[in-house]
Ligand binder design. Sequence first.
Ligand code: NAP
Length: 268
Amino acid sequence: MSPSAPVLATVITGASSGIGEALARQLAAAEEQALVLVARRAARLEALASELRQSGRRVEVIALDLEQPGSAGKLVEAVTARGLAIDTLINNAGFGINDPFADMPLDRIQGMMQLNMVALTELCHAVLPGMRQRRAGRIMNIASVAAFQACPRFAVYGATKSYVLMFSEALAAEEKRNGIRVTAVCPGATDTPFHDVAGNHGTFAAKLMDSPELVARSALRALNGGTPVIVTGLMNKPLPLFVRLFPRSVVTWMAGLLVQREKPVTGA
Ligand SMILES: NC(=O)c1ccc[n+]([C@@H]2O[C@H](COP(=O)([O-])OP(=O)(O)OC[C@H]3O[C@@H](n4cnc5c(N)ncnc54)[C@H](OP(=O)(O)O)[C@@H]3O)[C@@H](O)[C@H]2O)c1
């Protein structure tokens, strides 16, 4: 007797809040596939999973720190051990820090690069052979509008997102012939705990925020439509053109202004 075929699943990293949580809810409402929710905060993932299971969906929780080297491999092993094959990979987990580069602790910089770039790349590499074999699959990588230009105060974060954008666009071109869709999603400022983690409150950028639901909706539409790059939010759409029209030094200066924190008002 041949072993039963694995059940196809959608893996969402960073599903415990913000855009990842919104993606999980929208996928649970729109698709039949099993969902695998990944992040560090197990309790939040479990709460979301039990809510989503009420729609009859199979939902698995894997609590994992993707900043740890080797964690991408562990994640794929844990998914396979549950009898699941990854049909859709959503690399959403990520964080940034609003500070001058030299003032950031080195371990946070290393963690950011590991999470935003290395784990994302290793996960793509791990899932592609299976997708190629099935001649089907979807990969969504969450980049940012920070990907389009240098970002003072977000120097490393912006550079990691430029990497995600370039890497994903190349992957989309390579894998199209294999029936695999790859989409890089570039949200502008979005109303999520990202800004608490980054220390980004009191900036101009954090005043004009889209909802995570809007970002998730546009992202899923782009993924299903085979769009390689999507900038979400009407206000952000002209950005890629804007950065080509102006000198790089002007664009960099403006990007820095947008994330300059207002000075706290001190008492007399
Ligand atoms: N919000 C924005 O303005 C904005 C704009 C452009 C792009 N983005 C991008 O959108 C993505 C989602 O961010 P968000 O705005 O939804 O922020 P968020 O609410 O802070 O979500 C970040 C998610 O990543 C997970 N995560 C963080 N560190 C992790 C780690 N070491 N291992 C595993 N999971 C980890 C968090 O879960 P745990 O803490 O439970 O691990 C959380 O689920 C990120 O890639 C971010 O760069 C955000």
